[in-house]
Design a protein around this ligand. Sequence first.
Ligand code: UT7
Length: 354
Amino acid sequence: MSGNATRPEPTGPAAVLCGLGGALPARAVSNDELAAQLDTSDAWIRSRTGIGQRHVIAPGQATSDLAVEAGARALASARDTAGPAAAEVDLLVLATSTPDRPCPATAPVVAQRLGLGTVPAFDVAAVCTGFVYALATAGSLIEAGVARRALVIGADTFSTILDPADRTTRALFGDGAGAVVLRAGTRDEPGALLGYDLGSDGQGVDLITVRAGGSRQRSEPGPPPEADRWFTMRGSSVFREAVLSMSDSARALAERTGWDPAGPDKLVAHQANVRILRAVGDQLGLDEKQIVVHLDRVGNTVAASIPLALTDAAGEGALQPGHRVLLTGFGGGLTWGSAALVWPDVVTGPPGTV
Ligand code: UT7
């Protein structure tokens, strides 16, 4: 499947990445700690997923706490990279599928806590594709002249929706937040978003889902079955769809950008499973050095996964100014999406701890 929401050749401003940062909860949960509670093992989790540990929020913490820390770090990074004006954002887009409350959106309270005044702020829900959707939304609003500078955050706390007894999901997911700052600039600058590819297929609604808590269940009489309160995923079907969708979308966007699909210096794909990353790499003809891997330390952080991987790779020097970078994600909905940019010279630090 290839995406069908594409960007026409731009004539006005481009959206240019000029800051990034991340946040993780203080508590890291090792595979051995999970294996002490569930019928699993470090060997199974590492060999089937590549994950070594994940971070989990403390009681009382919520998605906005991580989003505020990641957002503050991205704004500081933008200030250090492009001067004080770069942090004066006039738009906040927050990708999350674990909002603080079902209503209202979480973005306005994040904007208020970051001292952003009365800027427009809204949530985007596309599960693990959320960050790419939010990036394309904010980027397009800058390209249209509606905003000048935008803070784009991906933040999720899936530990709050996982069945404590489910080894198949608890081994995979971790909490976290990642953020970038976009500013208006020109398409020939490093950091300019060169194109997007977005798509969805609602036939896959049941593959990745929380059945209860929405209008469908709440309009029914009686409380929902206990199992419907928790997140469920059909792992092996999702695995196949993730490989196909991310490789099709990344290839389509690379070709539209005028890049050889095997040519990007770095592929920063949604961090769900190292075997998925390798399979997408095989489909595109990439070698291991071209593929950013961050999930070993944080697991699948859903909407935070791509910006956290970018922050880590930039901080460690794996992403260098001038690198051609393809971002690609896949998640519930089903949804998928990609974005392309040439990596800018951006100052960033390690994720903050919340
Ligand atoms: O973020 C959105 C995108 N998400 C993804 O892309 C996730 C995609 N799916 C996957 O990464 C993989 O399918 C999983 C990691 C979820 C599962 O790996 P798999 O190699 O596809 O295993 P499987 O689902 O075919 O299960 C094989 C066995 C099953 O046992 P039986 O039925 O064969 O007895 C599972 O119950 O592995 C079992 N299993 C586990 N065993 C030990 C599943 N999870 C675990 C576990 N520890 N944590």
